[in-house]
Design a protein around this ligand. Structure first.
Ligand code: F0G
Length: 475
């Protein structure tokens, strides 16, 4: 097997990561199952001893005074990160690298590849709160990243390490967003990118992004899980850097969504954070960040982290509810939320750990519940892609079950922008999203949310009449 040196042994900051009076700590790789520690991962980022995934940990955080990132206490870290908001340096204007004390360090002389990712807004969702039976509800919109999904926060870190190690090619299997993000960061970093996507099962918006950023884009006649198999074999044969979320450097960058969220909440954790679950990298990353922030004294309690899957792509839900999380049985996945159409999630053991540690829940939601929730998020003027809407649909269920109380604070993580999948939205509003499917009857409940475009004669009277009809329908 091809091997490359683990970049995380570097102790110094890159030249564009100015040393503002601090030092970063060294990091190493540790197998999540057998605990084997290494500084050299194989191409597939799996433990040479037992085949499980690696995670990054920071031995340098251990000091006689307790855990300290870069030797700094919680108040000093918070102040440093706040001060960097005034800086115009690329690494400081990135919402990921601004928190670099909690990330593996690039070697001196290596710049991060950044598109100024992160820095995403936290919105109030008053209408969604009402429909979920909550007093208030907020959403952190990771779809407001440079390529319009949360993937950018992890891609800036992993792509930077790929370039540091001298790779010419990077590659991923994807349901669309990872490929769009990888293609952009590879292009910015002067690397070539190879995308493997399932034929016909990803949205045009995402496919067109990969093409625009110059990726070699292969539509394979299989699903996402089939693409992963092909890619895993390919990286064993060729010196190609794997940028799927099994790559632990991806998850390190994705951690910053949770760090930034806590900063936006003035370091007062919400009661619940709710994320969609596909390959389960994002939930793992957010959970890792929460645990690390607690251990470093940045927050004083853990929010409950809950993961929501689509009913048609629910292997994690089934693992928890049918097998007590002991094993996960892969399945043939199917859902219109194509981003999470995944039957064999690579990071399920990592996700299980953080859901259990935070005492969160794992729920599933139907196709119609996803569609309704997506329209409701749109009604709050926010919008998201279908996979993100599972969070609101899941919250409604968790409220009904009493797991979430109406007066508790909840943050939904919206993972992708509404423009990622406009076809879904158009079919929804035209009323034919579920035509000819087994969901047709249940879809009757969506009528109140549907607003098909009206084709009218070009006269003021025609528009006035339409307005009149609308007024009488919805007083
Ligand atoms: N939401 C969106 C919009 C996604 O694109 C994905 C995953 C998820 C949620 C689930 O996140 O896999 O970390 O649990 N998309 C991947 C891709 C698989 O290839 O773009 P996860």
């Amino acid at each position: 097997m091809l091997r490359w040196p683990c970049p995380s042994t570097a102790l110094k900051m890159s030249s564009t990561l100015p040393d503002t009076g601090t030092q970063t700590s060294s990091s190493r790789l540790r197998c999540i199952h057998c605990g084997a520690i290494t500084d050299h991962a194989d191409q597939d980022f799996r433990c040479g001893e037992c085949g499980n995934l690696y995670e990054i940990f920071f031995p340098g955080w251990e000091t006689p005074d307790g855990l300290r990132a870069a030797g700094m206490g919680p108040d000093a870290l918070k102040q440093l990160w706040r001060e960097r908001k005034l800086s115009l340096l690329p690494a400081d204007t990135s919402g990921v690298w601004r928190f670099r004390e909690l990330l593996p360090a690039l070697k001196t002389g290596h710049d991060p590849i950044t598109l100024r990712e992160g820095n995403t807004p936290l919105y109030e969702l008053p209408q969604c709160a009402r429909s979920a039976g909550m007093q208030a509800l907020r959403a952190k919109h990771q779809g407001m990243n440079p390529t319009a999904s949360f993937k950018d926060t992890g891609m800036t870190t992993a792509a930077s390490f790929a370039r540091q190690e001298g790779f010419r090619w990077v590659a991923c299997a994807s349901t669309g967003n990872t490929s769009a993000s990888m293609a952009a960061y590879a292009a910015r970093g002067g690397m070539r990118s190879l995308v493997l996507i399932p034929e016909g099962k990803i949205s045009w918006g995402k496919l067109s992004q990969a093409l625009d950023y110059g990726a070699v884009t292969c539509q394979l006649r299989t699903d996402f899980d089939g693409c992963v198999k092909v890619l895993n074999e390919l990286v064993r044969r060729k010196p190609i850097y794997l940028l799927n979320s099994v790559n632990p450097y991806r998850l390190e960058g994705q951690k910053t969504a949770a760090i930034e969220l806590m900063e936006q909440l003035n370091w007062q954790p919400p009661d619940h954070i709710i994320v969609p679950g596909g390959n389960l990298g994002n939930s793992s990353a957010i959970g890792k960040a929460l645990l690390e922030m607690r251990d470093l004294g940045l927050i004083f309690r853990l929010p409950k982290l809950s993961v929501i899957q689509a009913e048609g792509a629910n292997p994690f839900y089934r693992s928890i509810h049918e097998q007590g999380g002991k094993t996960l049985t892969p399945m043939q996945a199917d859902t219109l939320a194509t981003a999470i159409r995944i039957g064999n999630p690579a990071s399920w053991k990592k996700a299980l750990r953080v859901v259990q540690a935070s005492e969160g829940a794992v729920e599933q939601v139907s196709e119609v519940e996803i569609a309704l929730a997506k329209a409701e998020i749109g009604s709050d003027g926010v919008g998201c892609e279908p996979a993100s809407a599972v969070t609101l649909a899941g919250l409604k269920k968790l409220v009904k079950q009493g797991f979430v109380k109406p007066n508790e604070s909840v943050v939904l993580i919206l993972t992708g922008h509404v423009l990622k999948d406009p076809e879904f939205t158009l079919h929804f509003h035209r009323g034919d999203l579920f035509s000819g499917t087994s969901h047709e009857k249940e879809a009757g409940m969506l009528a109140g949310q549907q607003r098909a475009p009206l084709v009218l004669d070009a006269t003021v009277e025609a528009v006035e009449a339409a307005l009149g009809r609308f007024d009488s329908e919805r007083p």
